[in-house]
Design a protein around this ligand. Structure first.
Ligand SMILES: *Cc1c(COP(=O)(O)O)cnc(C)c1O
Length: 369
């Protein structure tokens, strides 16, 4: 068998006709920037996320960047976040001249550890940016409590967690704003780059819309320095086709998670994902922890199974952040995770036979090593 980490072909085959006509519709309309498709998607994502407003973005990264800019995060400010995430989370903070302040994660969920946030707060702290990693939301009650006590914004990086819930609340709806990505590997993936910000704050909503058009309002009069952060209508059209399937796909991912977990029970060497009972995860990734991770990865590769390491180097130790002065062992939980994690294939269209094949090879490896 040959099982890639993610195979989008099966989904494409199922939606080919719908997608083709949706894209053609945009071509025929000649409306290539903004317009109805973008507005319709914004409305639907806002509704689905239990948020009052949504603003499309050119990527998940630009959703985050626009949010930070619209909240006037700037040079000298500090934003507390996790080092165990995709680069973009901290990259956006640093690009504005603000300082990413990294705090360690919880061992079981890989999400930011609220206990470690308080000691990291300074007079310059403006915001906390929790990341809902692998599809499960961070400890939002604790994060919100600290934020309220210290008058901080909370920006949820929900790129991997669209439609996940925490105690019944949708990802993106708890903080000041939530940011989604429509990168093709995310649960709701476009046919290229795309993203969205959701918020209940009307003032922030108005500012986000101005900032995505170079800060101009009215046109050619620039009150702010913004950027081109617009969502492409072709992406919006494709995403509108896919959106009705999202819940079904996420349910499939949860079933696959249960199946893998069952296959790995009885093997304490394989640490399976911890999903808190007050969270519904959308399982963007199925990440196990093992010793000898690199050898397992190679063994699986030889047997036709694609895997990935999310993430091999925590952000506080990245070369570009050397100036922040972090050292090895400063954030040990993240550093240990980086050595042990391995994401296995878990896309919705996988069959039981495929899941079994992957799981049996993982089990074989730990039995024989
Ligand atoms: C994918 C992702 C982003 C960025 O999204 P893009 O659409 O690729 O720009 C940000 N944060 C996290 C946690 C992500 O997984």
């Amino acid at each position: 068998m040959n099982i890639q980490l993610l195979d989008l072909k099966a989904q494409y085959e199922e939606l080919k006709d719908e997608l083709t006509s949706a894209v053609l519709e945009v071509l025929e309309s000649q409306r290539y920037i903004g317009g109805k498709k973008v507005e319709e998607l914004e409305q639907k994502i806002a509704d689905m996320s239990n948020s009052r407003f949504a603003v499309g973005a050119s990527s998940g990264t630009d959703a985050i960047l626009n949010t930070l800019m619209s909240l006037d995060i700037k040079e000298g400010d500090e934003v507390i976040t996790t080092p165990f995430t995709f680069f973009s989370t901290a990259g956006c903070i640093a690009r504005l001249g603000a300082k990413p302040v990294f705090v360690d994660i919880k061992y079981d969920t890989f999400n930011i550890d609220p206990v470690k946030i308080k000691p990291a707060i300074s007079s310059r702290t403006k915001a906390i940016m929790p990341v809902h990693l692998f599809g499960q939301m961070a400890e939002m009650d604790a994060v919100m409590k600290i934020a309220e006590e210290n008058d901080l914004y909370v920006i949820e990086d929900a790129a991997q967690a669209i439609s996940a819930t925490y105690k019944g609340n949708k990802a993106g709806s708890i903080g000041t704003a939530g940011c989604f990505s429509f990168f093709p590997s995310k649960n709701l993936g476009g046919i290229g780059d795309g993203g969205m910000v959701v918020t209940d704050d009307e003032k922030l909503y108005e500012r986000l819309k101005i900032m995505r058009n170079h800060g101009s309002s009215p046109k050619y009069f620039h009150k702010y320095i913004g950027g081109n952060f617009r969502l492409d209508p072709i992406q919006a059209a494709a995403l509108l086709v896919k959106l009705p399937y999202l819940d079904k796909w996420s349910e499939k991912r949860r079933e696959h998670l249960d199946y893998y977990n069952q296959m790995f029970s009885g093997y304490p060497e394989i640490l399976v994902p911890t999903i808190n009972d007050y969270c519904v995860s959308v399982v963007n990734q199925y990440v196990i922890r093992v010793k000898r991770r690199d050898e397992l990865k190679e063994y699986l590769r030889k047997n036709g199974v694609g895997t990935e390491v999310y993430y091999p180097k925590p952000l506080h130790l990245q070369e570009c952040f050397k100036y922040l002065g972090y050292q090895n062992e400063d954030l040990p939980v993240s550093e240990q995770a980086a050595k042990e994690v391995l994401a296995l294939p878990i896309y919705p269209e996988m069959t039981e036979e495929m899941l079994t094949y992957v799981a049996e090879h993982v089990v074989n490896f730990v039995k024989n090593n």
